[in-house]
Design a protein around this ligand. Structure first.
Ligand code: SAH
Ligand code: SF4
Ligand code: F3S
Length: 448
């Protein structure tokens, strides 16, 4: 067996892609190794979203070069170094110049060609295969037979983005919006369900813009797709990410009311609470529209909780604009949120906008926003104490016979004497709140 080590950066879509690359390489005799040391092939599945994420790749390549030298000195043959993902797409040629140790560069829409490319790199080093943004060919080349690692799975249903937010590289690294056909998604979901998967997280850069062709030849919607998926025996929970506020269709909102499998937890990034900044970001909606949307979603599903993404320090953001963001967060109330300092990205319009915000100001705003979010997160968790929630048990915990599951709101829940329930969805009473988790207890009827 040859050893394959994959390091994944960035979003869940990259996590999905890494799993699929493992599936593609397994028939070639590769088995996964948790460490890069001694690996025959190291794949870096990279992210370009912020400067820090992209720069990490280069320091990692430096480290790999040393491991490669040691491996060769031990007489164990060569370590092939491959860069995949969004940095590969955005900086393909540059990587070859900056890091000659890299053997091959492969974009996110081309990784189904990995076996052929790896065979070729053994003859000629330094090939670059950035994709022509044809996700169709990639998905056609992948089988629906996947390796599963537990009762939850990611399933990519949509790729790319046409929104062109002025700060964001995704439209350039992943190409235009494209949705997989419904039949192909159902096939993949059925195969996953047959292997014990109970919960699917549907992935797309703009997943609620999903419009894959349905069995009637007409474009479907995410809501219709969710109904079809929920009909598959075994599939009991559905999530999706990331959604754009402008693509929250009425049928999707209604699905949160009517479809039991739709989890009451929604990632709905708004980025900023200032109308001026939202306009400069090209988000194509204002703060009031977001409030109205949240109100409609909560009317459909009162127990739904929200998570979000926020950027502080977008060019031109004043103290007043930042106050507007804090005010939005206070009014909406989040169960969780990701917060980022604005990072200028090459080729995006915002990078050349005037009034870039000094680092120190961004640091301060980030701290203030994080403090508010953490407060809301803890407050939300506290509301769950004493309630009974359905928990999907995923894996053993550290303690004897303890199991760790997920609440409908994605929190980890630790429960004693529950190991025999892994893979099942079971009602659990929440008894305490931890920093990053909840503690639960089985109900009498279940534990007996
Ligand atoms: N498709 C998703 C976002 C993908 S990027 C969406 O539209 O929400 C994930 C998050 O990274 C974004 O929501 C944004 O908050 C953040 N982000 C993107 N570009 C950024 C940049 N240049 N600087 C800082 N944060 C950024
Ligand atoms: Fe980036 Fe905006 Fe598209 Fe999200 S919607 S991927 S933030 S351009
Ligand atoms: Fe990063 Fe690419 Fe995802 S840039 S966030 S890995 S789509």
């Amino acid at each position: 067996m040859k050893k394959l080590h994959i390091k994944t950066y960035g979003c869940q879509m990259n996590v999905y892609d890494s799993e699929r690359m493992i599936d593609i390489l397994r028939p070639l005799g590769y088995e996964v190794s948790d460490v890069a040391d001694g690996a025959d092939l190291v794949l870096l599945n990279t992210c370009h979203i912020r400067e820090k994420a992209a720069e990490k790749v280069y320091s990692e390549i430096g480290r790999l070069k040393e491991l490669r030298g040691e491996k060769e000195a031990r007489g164990e043959g060569r370590m092939t170094i491959a860069v995949a993902g969004c940095v590969a797409q955005a900086e393909g040629i540059e990587i070859m110049h900056r890091a000659p140790a890299v053997d091959l560069v492969i974009g996110p829409q081309a990784y189904h060609q990995l076996p052929e490319l790896i065979a070729r790199t053994h003859r000629a080093k330094g090939e670059r295969l950035a994709a022509d943004f044809a996700p169709e060919a990639k998905f056609d080349a992948l089988t629906s037979d996947r390796t599963v690692t537990g009762p939850t799975a990611f399933l990519t249903v949509q790729e790319g983005c046409d929104k062109f937010c002025t700060f964001c590289v995704v439209p350039y690294t992943r190409g235009a919006e494209w949705s997989r056909p419904v039949a192909a998604i159902l096939d993949e979901a059925q195969a996953l369900a047959a292997k014990g998967v109970r919960e699917l997280t549907l992935l797309g850069q703009n997943v609620n813009a999903f419009n894959g062709v349905g069995s009637d030849g007409q474009p479907s919607t995410l809501a219709k797709l969710m109904y079809a998926l929920a009909d598959i025996p075994g599939i009991d929970r559905l999530r999706y990410t990331t959604s754009h506020p402008n693509d929250m269709g009425d049928d999707l909102i209604a699905a949160h009311r009517d479809l039991g499998a739709a989890m009451p937890y929604l990632h709905l990034p708004v980025q900023s609470g200032s109308d001026k900044i939202l306009r400069a970001m090209n988000r194509k909606h204002g703060r009031q529209a977001y409030f109205d949307l949240v109100a409609r979603i909560k009317a459909a599903r009162p127990d739904l909780a929200l998570s979000g993404d926020f950027i502080v320090g977008f060019p031109g953001e004043t103290d007043k604009d930042f106050e507007d963001t804090l005010d939005l967060v206070r009014q909406v109330g989040y169960a969780s949120a990701f917060t980022f300092k604005y990072s200028p990205r090459p080729g995006t319009p915002a990078a050349s906008m005037p009034n870039q915000v000094p680092e120190a100001v961004m640091d301060e705003r980030l701290q203030t926003l994080n403090a508010l979010i953490i407060e809301q997160q803890q407050a939300f968790k506290a509301t769950l104490v004493g309630k009974t929630l359905d928990i999907l048990f995923e894996k053993p915990g550290r303690r004897d016979n303890q199991a760790i599951g997920r609440s409908p709101y994605l929190q980890s829940v630790y429960v004693e004497d529950a190991r025999h329930l892994i893979g099942q969805i079971v009602p659990v009473r929440i008894v305490a709140v931890g920093n990053n988790s909840l503690q639960g207890a089985l109900l009498e009827t279940v534990s007996a």
